[in-house]
Design a protein around this ligand. Structure first.
Ligand SMILES: [Zn+2]
Length: 316
C-alpha cells in the first residue's frame, strides 16, 4: 500500500514522462530540400549559383581507372558509389544584363533534377528576366532546362554557345552516324524553340559576350565545350562547365577521365590548363558538378589540386 506522498510522486513522474514524450513527437521532420541557391558578390556583379538538383552517378563504372582504386579514394572522402552529384548553373547580374550560364536538365534526367526554375524563383528572379544564356556544352544536364513541353522556358533570352558545339550536335548527319542518338535528339529538342525564334546565336572563338564575361574554348569533353570567365572589379570567377565530374577522385588525379568525355584523350588537358591558371591566378572556379554551390579556389598539391570551397558570405 503506497502512502499519499508516494502516490503523488508516482503521478508526477508519470506526468513528466508524458510531457517529455509529447514534446519529442510534437515537431514532425520537415525534410524538404534546403534552398537551391546561394549568393556572392564578385566586384560589382551579383553571382547567384542555382541548384538544378542532384543525380546519382555510378562513378566506379564511369571513371577510367581501376574500380578498387576509385572505391578506396571515394571511401577516404566518405563517399561510395553511386555518388550523389550536383548539377549547378550560375546566374550573373552584371547590373545591366542578367546572364544565366547553363540551364540544368529540365525533364531530361528524371525527377531528382529539373529544379533550376524553382531555385531561380526562390533566389528572387523570374525566367522572363533572363537576357542571355551561355551554354557550356550541349549535354542534357546543361541544356534540358531550356525547354518545358517543347516551349522555351526563358521567353526573352538569347541563347549563345560556341559554333563548334552547335554545329556538332544540331547536325542531322552527325546524329545518323552516332551510337548516341538520344543526346543529339535532346540537343535539337532543347535548342529548337530558340533556333526557330531567332534567339539562338552561336559565336566563334574566345570573345567577350557582354562586358565582364568572356568565352574560352576548352574542347575535349565535347567538341565545343566552353568555359566562361566572369570578371568585375579585379575579381574573377571561371565557370568551368564539365571540366570535372568527380572532385573526390579527379582533383587529386586530374588525368583520370570519365565516360561522358566525347574525346577521353583530349578531355584531361584543358582541365589541367584551366586549373593551373586558377591556382596561379588565385581566382575562383565554379563547376557544374562540384558539390553545390560548386565555387571555390584551387591550390596545386602533388600531381593534382586541392579544392578550397569559397567562404560563406551573407548579403549586407
Ligand atoms: Zn554535365
Amino acid at each position: 500500500m503506497k502512502t499519499l506522498q508516494q502516490r503523488t510522486l508516482t503521478a508526477l513522474v508519470a506526468a513528466a514522462l508524458c510531457v517529455a514524450g509529447a514534446a519529442q513527437a510534437a515537431a514532425p521532420m520537415v525534410k524538404n530540400p534546403a534552398p537551391g541557391y546561394s549568393r556572392i558578390m564578385l566586384g560589382k556583379f551579383e553571382i547567384t549559383p542555382l541548384s538544378d538538383g542532384t543525380v546519382d552517378l555510378p562513378v566506379q563504372d564511369l571513371l577510367a581507372q581501376d574500380v578498387k582504386k576509385t572505391s578506396a579514394t571515394l571511401a577516404a572522402a566518405h563517399l561510395k558509389t553511386p555518388v550523389e552529384t550536383s548539377d549547378n548553373a550560375y546566374l550573373v547580374n552584371t547590373g545591366t544584363k542578367l546572364v544565366l550560364i547553363d540551364s540544368g536538365a529540365g525533364t531530361f534526367f528524371g525527377p531528382t533534377l529539373g529544379k533550376l526554375v524553382a531555385s531561380m524563383k526562390a533566389a528572387g528572379y523570374q525566367p522572363d528576366q533572363v537576357d542571355e544564356i551561355y551554354i557550356t556544352h550541349f549535354h542534357g544536364d546543361h541544356i534540358g532546362g531550356l525547354v518545358s513541353n517543347s516551349a522555351a522556358v526563358f521567353p526573352k533570352a538569347v541563347v549563345r554557345a560556341n559554333k563548334l558545339e552547335s554545329d556538332y550536335w544540331l547536325s542531322q548527319a552527325n546524329m545518323e552516324k552516332s551510337k548516341d542518338k538520344d543526346s543529339f535528339k535532346g540537343a535539337q529538342a532543347a535548342l529548337g524553340p530558340y533556333v526557330k525564334a531567332g534567339r539562338f546565336k552561336a559565336f566563334e572563338g574566345d570573345i567577350e559576350l557582354v562586358p565582364g564575361i568572356r568565352s574560352q574554348l576548352a574542347s575535349g569533353h565535347t567538341p565545343g565545350h566552353t568555359t566562361y570567365m566572369v570578371e568585375s572589379g579585379g575579381q574573377k570567377l571561371h565557370v568551368i562547365g564539365d571540366l570535372i565530374h568527380v572532385a573526390a577522385v579527379q582533383m587529386e588525379n586530374p588525368d583520370i577521365t570519365i565516360q561522358f568525355d566525347n574525346d577521353q584523350k583530349a578531355a584531361a588537358a584543358p582541365r589541367k590548363k584551366v586549373f593551373d591558371a586558377a591556382a596561379k591566378g588565385g581566382y575562383m572556379i565554379g563547376g557544374a558538378h562540384l558539390q553545390f554551390p560548386g565555387m571555390g579556389y584551387l591550390r596545386n598539391e602533388g600531381k593534382g589540386y586541392r579544392f578550397i570551397p569559397v567562404n560563406y558570405t551573407q548579403m549586407r
